[in-house]
Design a protein around this ligand. Sequence first.
Ligand code: GLC
Length: 414
Amino acid sequence: MDKEIDAAKDRAKRMQWWHEARFGMFVHWGLYSQLGRHEWVMNRERIPVAEYERLAATWKPKPQPAREWARLAKQAGMKYMVMTTKHHEGFCLWDTKMTDYNAVKCGPGRDLVAEYVEACREFGLRIGFYYSLMDWHHPDGARCAKDEKSRRRFLDFTQGLVRELMTNYGKIDVLWYDVSWPLSSPALWESGKMNAMARQLQPHVIINNRSQLDEDFGTPEEHINPEQAGRPWEACMTFNGSWGWQPTPPEDWHSVRSVLGMLRQCTAEGGNLLLNIGPHPDGSVPQEAVDRLKAVGKWTNANGEAIYGKADRLAGRFEWMPSGQFTIKGKTAYYWCTRWPGTELALGGIKGKLRAASLLADGRPVSFVQEKDRLILKGLPKNAPDKVAGVTVLKLEFATTPRQVLGAGCVVLK
Ligand code: GLC
């Protein structure tokens, strides 16, 4: 029991930065980027291994694109990054000794993981490694499910790769496994042993739940799922419906407002947002993502207080409103107003005495009255003050932890 408590304390301590960071950048980049037809192209189009392998020779990224990603992540207000070191295609982006199918021996002729790590450090971002357990290139990648010798070889290969990643690049903050096909249990994957090795090499590393063990955090994908049974979680989201680079009409990219909406929801429910970019084959970031992330950055720069740090879970404490939604930290509620009402804003059902109200971005005080459970904010600017995305945050500081109770009727609730 004591051991369990210690382990839980240990985990909470290790994960503190991650909870406070809230917002990270996912990067999907590999041979598939050259085809521009989604990172599952090899599987979806049944491209034979020998044909796909030729992409390794033709991949010629420009120098140091990771610096562009890291600069952009920093500008956007993201605090960490997770890059695909090896996706399902099996091509390793680093200088591995385990296979020649890697970025140093083939086309790029350089260690792209090393460049990425360096860029993260330069811009002060935490470093995550995505690693796909499923491997479409390795001869044992599928066979391992049927043949014991093949499984042994594949596990040795897998553990060798993870060992390199956890050994060769200094401190790594997140190990982000993906797809554990085709082995059907953590025992068959030897996940416990593999993750113990990772932790021995990187005592602070945070590990996701995709090696068939829960480990540190859950990974809802393409949806924001607050119901993670009290466990830490991170929603990973594409920007445009594809993880790998794929041309996409402008209207299919998340708008700045939509990204801010996701950030609010994750914050309100105590989770993180890992938002993906799929760089072009040369490593440059699609302009649609650059433009939107820069705008997101302008906004987070002014309104970060409503996002970062340990937020309280909103669940059941506030109601939906037609003009916006809340996040909350202790006694302070942040109302993210997405449909500006003009000079007055009324919030019904508010329980708790308000001490001060202000516009978060510039600190301008806002006057207010509280009539029973009705809070009316007065003398607001006529038009939405937030010029980035029309998402204005009102900071409401209460004397006690606030709540909102409306129900469906129009009787004033005591
Ligand atoms: C899925 C996909 C994969 C992507 C990942 C990101 O598992 O197979 O292509 O990298 O999600 O979460």
